[in-house]
Structures are given as structure tokens and as C-alpha cells.
Design a protein around this ligand. Structure first.
Ligand code: C2E
Ligand code: CA
Ligand code: CA
Length: 803
């Protein structure tokens, strides 16, 4: 197939091949327009990522976010909360112990006594967090030294790091006095709070002036680590579960609890008066000795996890997002969603590795990266959407007027065609936003082959437009004949079939002109017209046709024709439908499809309806002698059912006529019953009470179901022509017709089929049990004279049918 050729749709039942080089140019233009917006968007795809990664790295380097880090740590600690091991006891010098002696530092004999008692209880280790770096009395010091010497349990005494008194920058280690040191182990109790004074980390040991010393907790837990390294104190351990005994009870009691056997004891001050307190992120201010115990517990439980730091999570999430971005299939919403979920995955991952005691890492820079990414990606999507929407109609998704204008401005085009929906108000009732989207999309695809580059533009709420394909410019009348023909079959709007009526306008100059022309066509009662400057002056008076209509009513230019309705089971005439005709002196016969919508929109359809009804009543009355019981249908516009005056007057007209009310049928469309259900139900009730029958016209093209109609006083349903005409060839329509007939009968409705165009169709309908048929095959609408002459005499009608 040559590249420049495309297969286009049907004109006069023929598939035609059309070469379209000019069309290609315009198509390229439109595509460039829309894709350039999308291309910019694609180039910008990586921008949020780069921005976010920079932000994440910046966060790492300036080291902010410590607070967030700790908040999150506390949350995890809350989730993983556990009690202490019970291996370490605190013997606390509390307020109660201080009352014992009002002297501080205490006589060292107390400590000696404590060591003895604890040895008796069978403890394995006694650690002091108490300063022994200065002398007391010689006897007291000796007493304690002896106790340490005699102790079976390991005794640990603390060393402190202090600033040297001579120099500002040097540190010295202050040790316990010599006599005490002899039989004890020494361990450092130094702690180094962070920049905010909080104490959340603890070291394995310290080096002061060249001497290295393990920390107290390392000694207690018997866990060695790199002296220069620290670990996070495990704040999921509840400090209140560390068993404590008061120092005073320890030295006074004669039988210490047996659980102490084999345990380790940490002796230190908890009394507020003695100071030595530090804040922790999760627990607030705690005594130093409790923090030493917590650090020991951390080492005992093995939760002194290695810290992988801030990079792994950040890099992991950056790589993940990069992979997702380059996978073109993921939408921008999808990317935001993935970033969002990643945050939770990282939280879960950290919890898991901490729970499994593998290691720990920092999530904060990764969170920051992901959040910045989500925000900037969202911003990008919104701005792109905003840009695209400049050129797209938001209801239909078709390119809009701005897009068409851009093409008009930049390419050489032939003609601009505009099409105006005549029954737009009815469409608003029958459709919602979603189904209107479908309607316009389907309308566009039906019309697309008429247009350059196949583009149909949705220019106003009730108007579409296109650039006429070069191939058609020599035959504009043919172009619009095709366009009108395309509207014969209803258009799908989701589940609903909708009949669309349009008038067309064309101009070689501007879009506005072709829009005006489509109005002019409507106002003149014609299908399409060229833009005519003469009309521009008179365009304000689009009432032209309306004014002419008034005159036509007066002059008797509006008449009716009758189309027979055939009783299919009895095989005889049932009656007729009265259809209005305008015999215009200059323009010939004007189709009701054009002027009825105009009158409806102007709210002036009542006058015409009274006129038609009166003509029909007069005719039926005059025919009653020869054809008693002949029925006559009259079309009642949707808007009229809600008009109280109309309903009363129309009923009165029927009452006054010399016909049986039951001979008259009011045909109303489904729309009529749906736009104002309460009022129309009331009107239908009045009509029914007057014994006038009601028929639902064009059934199947609206939205109502039969069960809905069953609640209304309706006696007849009139199947729309679009199903009937095609039922012999279209399987789906045949099924629809057959089942509708069945259902209508089950619900007690009479069923009429209109649009019977051939004998097979008539026979099929008869076989399906359809009550009444109407259509060109039986007869086209005819003037009253012809109707009277041919159809009133039953002999004639039989002759005609068998002919
Ligand atoms: P409708 O009520 O659905 O009328 C049926 C239309 O189908 C008529 O067109 C009729 O001529 C046409 N028709 C009948 N049999 C066949 C067939 O076998 N094949 C085809 N293709 N067409 C067939 P018409 O007279 O042009 O009327 C068009 C519409 O104008 C009517 O549709 C009705 O909605 C409206 N209309 C006509 N007269 C009046 C009137 O007095 N008052 C109101 N309010 N509306 C009217
Ligand atoms: Ca009708
Ligand atoms: Ca109809």
C-alpha cells in the first residue's frame, strides 16, 4: 500500500482511496503542536529526580535532620520495645540513702560494707560509678581497699577524663587513688553528649593522653569493640525494667534477695541532689548510672548495631526511581505513587534489620529525596496538564479552537467547515459529561474522513469544525450531503444511542465566519450554507425564520401530510401520523427537522402544535363517517409536556372536536418524560384521563427502560427507525427489535415499528408479532387529499398493498 494513500470511509456506498499530501502537512503540524508539549515534558522528566537527589545529598553534607532521625528512631524503639535482660542490677544511692548520713562524700566504710554484702549474696561483678580520685581518711580508704582485695566478685572502679588544669586543650585521666587501684579493674565512665546535649550514643572506650581504657559498659557486658567507635544506646530497652535496690537497704539488710546470685551490680547515684543526669531522645533526663546500665544492656542484648550511615538508603531510592523513570510505561502518577510506597518500604526494611539485629542505617536523606521528588514531579505534571489543556477540549478530549486556530494561522488551508448541533439542549438531558465525551469522540471518528489530517476540532460546546480535505473542495455540496448522510444513524454515547441533528457552515476566511454560516443555515432552514456577508448585518436577527414562520402560519403555508399506520395482524389500515410541512414560496418544502428545533429553542413550538392538532382533528372528523375508529397520531414536543396551559388547551381541543378522544394519539419522546419526570407524569395522567392515548416516539434512542415507562400512563411504544430499517441485515438490531416486541407485549404495551422500507422487513415484523407498522414501503407521507383518495377506501388499500 503506498504510504501517501489512506483508506477512507463510505460515500455513496463506495470505498474510496484518497491521496492526501496536503492533509499530511496539517496533520504533522497538529501532531508537532501536541507532541512538542509532551516532548518538553519528557525532557523535564529527569528534572525532579536531579532536584531531589541534590536536595538529599545536601542534607547529608550539612548534617541537618538529626532531630527527625531521632524522632524516627524513637518510633522504631516504641515498636520494638523490650525489657532489660535482668543481668545487671543498679544499687542506687537515692534520696533515701542520702538521708542515712548527711555527709557527702560518704565514709568509704559504707562501700566496703556493700562489697562484703554483695559477695555474700554471690554476685559476680561490682562496678562503681562513683568518684574515688581523692583521698578520704586513711582508715576509711584502707577499709575499702581491704574489701576490694577480699572480694571474689570482680570490682571495677571508674576513671574520668578531665581538662588539665594547666592547659586549655589537654586532657588528663583522673584515676582512683593508688591504694584502691591495686586490686580493682579500671574502666572509663566518660560520656560525650551530642551538639544538643543529648546522650544517645556510647563508646567502647577512650584514649586519654596515650592511654586507652575500655568503657564501663564494655567491661560489665564483657563485649569488646573498637576503642574509638561508638554505638547507639538501644532505646527500645525500657530503663524501668532494670532491677534496682536502694543502697541503704543493701548495707542494712541481712538477707539480700537470692536472685542476686550470679548477677552484676552497678553502684551509682540516682538522687537528684547529686546531679549527674543527661537527657536521652526517647526517655528524657536519666541519671548517668542508668544510662551506663542501658549501655551495658545494649551490649548484652547485642543491639549495638553497625551503622551503615546515610548513603545506602538514599542511593537505593535514587536508583530505584531512576529505573522507574526510564521505564517509559510508568505514568507520572505511578512514579509519585512508587516514591510514596518506597518511604514505607524503607521504614519496614529498617525495622526488619534492626529487629534481626543485623545493622542499622539512616533513612532521613532518602525520605527527603523521595518527598522532594514527589513534590516536584507533581508540580511538573500539573503544569504540563495545564499546558496541554490549552489545546484540548476538556469534555471531549478533542483538539479545541485554539489548536485549530494555530493550524489556520500557520498552514495554507482551503475551507473551514463548522457543524452546529441543533438539538444540543436535548443532548444535555440525555447525556452526562462522560457520555458526552463518547458522543463527541464517536462523532469525530464518523466525520474524520472529511477533514484534512482527519482532525475534528471541538470548538464550542455545541459545535465541531474541520478543515475541508483538498479532495472535496471542488464539490462542497457533495461534502455536506455526505456529512448529513453520516448523521442518519444514531451515535453511541456509552450505552445510549443518540440521534444528532446538525447544520453546517463553510468559509474560506475564518473559523468565526464558518460558525456564523452554520447559524445562518439553521436560521434559513437549510442544511448548509456559505458564509454570506450580507447576512452579517442581519445576523442579530436570527429570528428571521421565526418571523417568517408566524407569517407562514397565517398564510396557510404550514400544512400536514399523513403517513399511514398499518395494522400488521389484522392486515388493514389502523390510522395515520400527521407530519407538518412548510411550503415555502421561495425555498420549497422545508424539513421539519430544521424548523421544529428552532421553534422549540425559542419556546414557541406551542403555536405550531395547536395548528397541526387542529388540522388533524378536522381531517379525522371529516373521515370518521367512512372510517370509524381511524386513529391519528400528532407529535408533541418534549418541552410542551411541562407546559400546563398547553396540556389543558390541547385536551380541550380534542374534547371539542367531533371525534372520539380514543382516536387521537399524542406522540412524545422519552426525553420529554425524563427532563421533568414529575410534571410530565402529571400531564400524561391528565391526557390519559381524557382517554387520549400516549405513544413513546423514537424508542431505543434515549435512556429510559421499558420498566421505567411502565410506571407512566403510556399505551404504545414506537420503535425507532434506526433499528427497524436495518433489522434485516443487522443481527444485533434484529435481536433488539424482537426482544423489545416481546417485552412490550409482556408489559401490556402496543408496539409500533416505523421505518419499514422493504417487504422482508415488513414480513419479519409481522412474524415477530409487531402490532403496527409504518414506513416508506407501506407509504410515504401523503397530502390529506391523496390520503383520503387512496387510503380511506379499504378496497383501495388492499389493492395498493398487493400491487
Ligand atoms: P418522527 O416523529 O420520528 O417522524 C417520522 C419521520 O420519519 C418523518 O419524517 C417521516 O417522513 C419519516 N419516515 C417515515 N417512514 C420512513 C421510512 O420508511 N424511511 C425513512 N427514512 N423515513 C421515514 P418528517 O416528516 O421529516 O419528520 C421529521 C421529524 O419532525 C419527526 O420525526 C418529528 O420529530 C418532527 N415533526 C414532524 N411533524 C411534527 C409536528 O407536527 N410537530 C412536532 N412537534 N414535530 C414534528
Ligand atoms: Ca412521530
Ligand atoms: Ca419517530
Amino acid at each position: 500500500m503506498p504510504e501517501t494513500q489512506e483508506l477512507f470511509a463510505l460515500t455513496q456506498n463506495r470505498w474510496v482511496w484518497i491521496t492526501s499530501a496536503a492533509g499530511r502537512r496539517a496533520e504533522t503540524l497538529l501532531k508537532t503542536l501536541l507532541t512538542s508539549i509532551r516532548a518538553t515534558a519528557f525532557r523535564l522528566t529527569f528534572l525532579p529526580w536531579i532536584l531531589a537527589l541534590t536536595a538529599g545529598l545536601a542534607l547529608v553534607s550539612v548534617n541537618v535532620g538529626l532531630d527527625v532521625e531521632e524522632r524516627l528512631g524513637d518510633v522504631r524503639a516504641n515498636i520494638l520495645a523490650k525489657p532489660a535482660s535482668g543481668q545487671v542490677y543498679i544499687a542506687e544511692i537515692d534520696a533515701k540513702s542520702l538521708e542515712m548520713v548527711d555527709r557527702w562524700p560518704w565514709p568509704r566504710a559504707y562501700y566496703a560494707k556493700a562489697i562484703e554484702k554483695l559477695n555474700d549474696a554471690g554476685v559476680t561483678l561490682i562496678a562503681f560509678d562513683i568518684d574515688f580520685s581523692s583521698r578520704s581518711t586513711e582508715t576509711e580508704d584502707q577499709l575499702l581497699a581491704d574489701a576490694i582485695d577480699k572480694s571474689d566478685a570482680t570490682v571495677i572502679l571508674p576513671t574520668f577524663r578531665q581538662r588539665a588544669s594547666n592547659g586549655q586543650h589537654e586532657f588528663v585521666e583522673s584515676l582512683p587513688i593508688d591504694v584502691l587501684q591495686k586490686n580493682a579493674f579500671l574502666a572509663s565512665v566518660n560520656v560525650s553528649p551530642d551538639s544538643r546535649g543529648q546522650l544517645n550514643r556510647y563508646s567502647y572506650g577512650t584514649t586519654t593522653a596515650g592511654t586507652t581504657r575500655p568503657s564501663l559498659a564494655s567491661m560489665i557486658a564483657e563485649v569488646a569493640g573498637n576503642i574509638d567507635q561508638s554505638f547507639a544506646i538501644d532505646q527500645s530497652i525500657d530503663p524501668t525494667t532494670i532491677p534496682r535496690l536502694s543502697f541503704v537497704d543493701l548495707i542494712n539488710s541481712n538477707d539480700l534477695p537470692p536472685e542476686l546470685r550470679g548477677k552484676k551490680i552497678l553502684i551509682g547515684a540516682t538522687a537528684i541532689e547529686l546531679g549527674d543526669r543527661y537527657p536521652m531522645s526517647r526517655f528524657g533526663v536519666l541519671p548517668g548510672v542508668v544510662i551506663q546500665a542501658l549501655a551495658s544492656e545494649t551490649l548484652i542484648s547485642g543491639t549495638n548495631l553497625g551503622d551503615l550511615g546515610k548513603f545506602p538508603a538514599l542511593l537505593l531510592s535514587a536508583i530505584l526511581m531512576l529505573v522507574c523513570i526510564t521505564t517509559r510505561k510508568i505514568s507520572s502518577r505511578g512514579l509519585i505513587w512508587i516514591a510514596f510506597v518506597s518511604i514505607f518500604v524503607l521504614v519496614g526494611l529498617l525495622l526488619l534489620v534492626e529487629y534481626l539485629r543485623l545493622f542499622t542505617f539512616s533513612n532521613v536523606p532518602a525520605f527527603f529525596f523521595l518527598s522532594v521528588y514527589m513534590l516536584s514531579q507533581k508540580l511538573l505534571t500539573t503544569t504540563t496538564a495545564l499546558k496541554t489543556s490549552q489545546y484540548v477540549n476538556e469534555i471531549s478530549g478533542l483538539p479545541n479552537e485554539a489548536a485549530l486556530q494555530k493550524i489556520i494561522d500557520t498552514s495554507d488551508f482551503g475551507y473551514i467547515a463548522a457543524a452546529r448541533l441543533v438539538n444540543f439542549r436535548e443532548l444535555l438531558v440525555l447525556t452526562n459529561r462522560e457520555s458526552r465525551h463518547d458522543l463527541f469522540q464517536n462523532l469525530a471518528s464518523r466525520f474524520s474522513f472529511l477533514a484534512q489530517s482527519e482532525s475534528i476540532y471541538h470548538v464550542d460546546s455545541d459545535m465541531i469544525a474541520w478543515l475541508v480535505k483538498k479532495e472535496y473542495t471542488s464539490n462542497i455540496p457533495g461534502h455536506f450531503d455526505t456529512a448529513s448522510a453520516l448523521l442518519q444513524a444514531p451515535i453511541m454515547a456509552q450505552e445510549t444511542k443518540i440521534k444528532v441533528d446538525m447544520t453546517f457552515g463553510i468559509s474560506s476566511q475564518t473559523l468565526d465566519e464558518s460558525k456564523i454560516a452554520s447559524e445562518q443555515a439553521l436560521a434559513s432552514g437549510i442544511r448548509w450554507t456559505w458564509h454570506d456577508h450580507k447576512f452579517d448585518h442581519a445576523i442579530g436577527q436570527k429570528h428571521d425564520l421565526l418571523i417568517e414562520l408566524d407569517q407562514a402560519l397565517e398564510d396557510g403555508h404550514l400544512g400536514v401530510v399523513y403517513q399511514p399506520k398499518w395494522d400488521l395482524s389484522a392486515n388493514r389500515l389502523d390510522g395515520a401520523e400527521a407530519l407538518v410541512r412548510w411550503y415555502h414560496p421561495e425555498r420549497g418544502i422545508i424539513s421539519p427537522d430544521i424548523f421544529i428545533p428552532l421553534l422549540e429553542q425559542a419556546g414557541r413550538i406551542d403555536g405550531l402544535t395547536y395548528h397541526v392538532l387542529q388540522l388533524a382533528l378536522d381531517d379525522v372528523a371529516s373521515w370518521s363517517g367512512r372510517r370509524p375508529g381511524l386513529t391519528c397520531s400528532v407529535n408533541i414536543s418534549a418541552t410542551l409536556l411541562a407546559d400546563k396551559d398547553f396540556v389543558h388547551r390541547a385536551i380541550a381541543m380534542v374534547e371539542e372536536a367531533r371525534v372520539d378522544n380514543a382516536q387521537i394519539v399524542f406522540e412524545v419522546t422519552e426525553t420529554a418524560t425524563m427532563s421533568d419526570p414529575e410534571r410530565s407524569a402529571f400531564a400524561l395522567k391528565l391526557i390519559q384521563n381524557a382517554r387520549i392515548r400516549v405513544s413513546i416516539d423514537d424508542y431505543g434512542t434515549g435512556q429510559s427502560t421499558m420498566s421505567y415507562l411502565q410506571r407512566l400512563p403510556v399505551s404504545e411504544i414506537k420503535l425507532d427507525q434506526s433499528f427497524v430499517k436495518t433489522m434485516t441485515t443487522d443481527n444485533a438490531n434484529r435481536v433488539m427489535v424482537k426482544s423489545t416486541i416481546k417485552m412490550a407485549h409482556a408489559l401490556g404495551f402496543k408496539i409500533v415499528a416505523e421505518g419499514i422500507e422493504d417487504q422482508p422487513c415488513l414480513e419479519l415484523l409481522t412474524r415477530y408479532g409487531c402490532d403496527i407498522g409504518q414506513g416508506w414501503h407501506i407509504s410515504k407521507p401523503v397530502t390529506p387529499d391523496v390520503f383520503e383518495a387512496i387510503w380511506l377506501d379499504s378496497v383501495m388499500e388492499e389493492a395498493r398493498l398487493s400491487a
